[in-house]
Ligand binder design. Structure first.
Ligand code: TRP
Length: 331
């Protein structure tokens, strides 16, 4: 069975954009792949080392979001990166062979240094972000890595690092398979202000938001800006609420009614939003139920202990192979 690895940084609650994109993909993969899904706490620290106060709380919130949307700890290994020490060991080994130029040239690195000037990213650790990512992936000899487009450059580096390790130490053998990028199809999920949904824009509809909260956020959401008055006809293709309808509303005939009603001004935005809220409520009810059940059950640490155990079983074998390949003295 092909192996899959992916991770998310525990930096805050997840939103409906994550649910529609990455998580939908992860849930599908758990059915027919050996999946390792990790809460990558070291990565979260790399991009924000100075404030670790929320790390544990965020890890718990994201874990609940994952379980709520349907990641199943029976079907995949769900674990915290730092609970499996082998990630750090492999990071050390791979850092030896990764040329500085590869890291300095990494477009994500350059962009983040420029854009996130309120954080100190000029550290040795942050430069190595993609090396730790490669360690995550290669530790499980992963075949496929589901990620968003923004991670493509990092995945390319993982392949280069794998190739270089194999070349240097494999003696003709492929120790690490080159991981394939599995791009997440990203349905357009705008936030309440019409921009891409993102926590940092403060426009997100969170997975954990109670339905009353989602209701309120959707009611105040921006619509087609040209539709100023109820009597103005609107254009659904210019309306962020319509993008959400496309994802949440499965009722074809209602969708047609809304589109034509909007275009002829026979319905208002309030009517359209009411229909959307009903769909969101229906979709999120089982997610919230599962989330609450896991929260009340007190099983979270069992899930993480079990996930780490399964991950470590694989990781320890890889590390032994790596130590042997590097001719490290045996104890
Ligand atoms: N860098 C990824 C992100 O910010 C998270 C991540 C860490 C990851 N390690 C990984 C994703 C390994 C895929 C595989 O989204």
């Amino acid at each position: 069975m092909d192996r899959v690895f992916s991770g998310m940084r525990p930096t805050g609650r997840l939103h409906l954009g994550h649910m529609a994109g990455a998580l939908t993909n992860w849930i599908r993969l758990q059915e027919d792949h050996e999946c390792y899904y990790s809460l990558v706490d070291w990565h979260a620290l790399m991009s924000d080392y100075s404030d670790p106060r929320n790390l544990s709380g965020n890890t718990r919130e994201i874990l609940l979001d994952w379980l709520g949307v349907g990641l199943d700890p029976e079907k995949c290994a769900i674990f915290v990166q730092s609970h499996v020490r082998e990630h750090v060991e492999l990071h050390m080994a791979l850092s030896l062979i990764t040329p500085l130029g590869w890291l300095e040239r990494n477009p994500t690195y350059k962009e983040q240094i420029l854009n996130l000037q309120n954080k100190d990213l000029s550290t040795y650790g942050f430069l190595g972000y993609p090396v730790l990512m490669a360690s995550d992936i290669l530790l499980y000899k992963s075949h496929r890595v589901p990620v968003g487009e923004d991670q493509s450059a990092h995945l390319e580096l993982s392949r280069e690092i794998a190739r270089r390790f194999n070349h240097l130490y494999g003696e003709g053998r492929e120790i690490f398979p080159e991981p394939e990028t599995l791009l997440t199809s990203n349905p357009k999920i705008p936030g309440t202000d019409g921009r891409k949904m993102s926590k940092s824009y403060g426009n997100s509809l969170d997975i954990a938001d109670e339905i009353q909260v989602l209701d309120k956020k959707i009611r105040t959401m921006v619509t087609d800006p040209a539709r100023e008055r109820r009597t103005d006809p609107g254009d659904p293709e210019k309306c962020p609420v319509w993008d959400l309808q496309k994802f949440f509303n499965q009722d074809r005939s209602q969708m047609e009614e809304i589109a034509s009603g909007c275009g002829s001004a026979s319905i208002g935005c309030v009517d359209c939003k009411k229909a959307l809220i009903a769909c969101v409520a229906e979709r999120m009810a089982p997610v919230h139920d599962r989330r609450r059940r896991f929260e009340a059950s007190g099983d979270l640490s069992d899930i993480l202990v079990d996930g780490a155990k399964r991950a470590r079983a694989f990781a320890a074998r890889t590390i032994s192979e790596v130590y042997a390949a590097l001719r490290m003295p045996k104890i």
